[in-house]
Design a binder for this molecule. Structure first.
Ligand code: ATP
Length: 251
């Protein structure tokens, strides 16, 4: 069987007065997995992402990347293979730079982010126009607009494109459509799905939207009190209903 992209073994995070917020969690993420992640507030979803990205150290257990132990590898080094999109449209883009400049900046994942010695050629602009047009929200007409002047939906679409500009080994989507109005959110979700599927990305997506969790992805996990309480894929996932899922939402 193929090696997992990321493996968490007995991942444990303890804070303050011995409070465990991840409790010996085990999870194997395989190439091409698109996993929707559900769970009550405080279940440990963001903590899970923080341990994968390296922003939070494990108190016990290990993280492996393609079989290599990366438990002690800092977040900054993991950006060469892990990309993340956050809930807040303001995070992830440089507000004073144009959309095109932001995309140019994102072309070198993991290395120092500078525009020195890099130029926006006509060829690049054509490529960015094509890329942004796929997001379905007229971002392609705003390539020369400062990111800070975009609508929330356009800015989030830009953050998303920047995250996948260089294909990441793993894409972490941290409620990336939650701050948007329902129509914009649905539209970005649809574009996200196309990009993940068409580019064979491996992705985890935290959402509180049960319908989205059921509709998208090949696999679904539910976290509760710092552990995975449901992990289903394929036909088992397809057979799930929102009522089934609610049974796992216990405080
Ligand atoms: N650095 C920290 N110190 C103390 N407690 C923390 C810390 N980080 C998270 N927690 C606690 O750990 C639990 C899990 O938090 P986490 O943010 O991972 O939950 P979540 O599932 O992402 O929740 P939400 O859906 O509200 O975003 C919560 O009870 C939270 O208050």
């Amino acid at each position: 069987m193929t090696d997992p992209v990321i493996s968490l073994k007995n991942a444990t995070v303890t804070v303050g007065n011995q409070t465990e917020i991840l409790k010996g969690l085990n999870l194997d993420i395989y190439p091409g997995d698109f996993i929707t992640v559900l769970g009550t507030n405080g279940a440990g979803k963001s903590t899970l992402f923080n341990t994968i990205s390296g922003d939070l150290e494990l108190s016990a257990g290990s993280v492996f990347h393609q079989g290599k132990d990366i438990t002690k590898v800092p977040a900054v080094k993991r950006t060469s293979f892990i990309a993340r999109v956050f809930q807040d449209p303001k995070v992830g883009t440089a507000p004073r730079m144009t959309v095109a400049e932001n995309l140019l900046l994102a072309e070198k994942r993991g290395s120092k982010r500078t525009l020195r010695n890099r130029r926006l050629t006509a060829e690049k602009l054509d490529h960015y126009r094509e890329l942004t047009a796929k997001m379905g929200n007229n971002l392609e007409d705003r390539l020369q607009t400062a990111a800070g002047s975009l609508s929330g939906g356009q800015r989030q679409a830009l953050s998303f494109l920047m995250a996948i500009q260089v294909k990441p080994g793993l894409l972490l989507l941290d409620e990336h459509t939650a701050a948007l109005d329902p129509k914009t959110s649905a539209q970005l979700m649809d574009a996200t799905n196309h990009q993940v599927v068409d580019n064979h990305l491996t992705a985890l997506m935290i959402t509180h939207n049960l319908a989205d969790a059921l509709t998208y992805g090949n696999r679904l996990i539910v976290l509760n009190a710092g552990n995975v309480v449901l992990d289903v894929a394929g036909a088992d996932k397809d057979a799930l209903t929102e009522e089934n899922l609610l049974e796992y939402f216990v405080h």
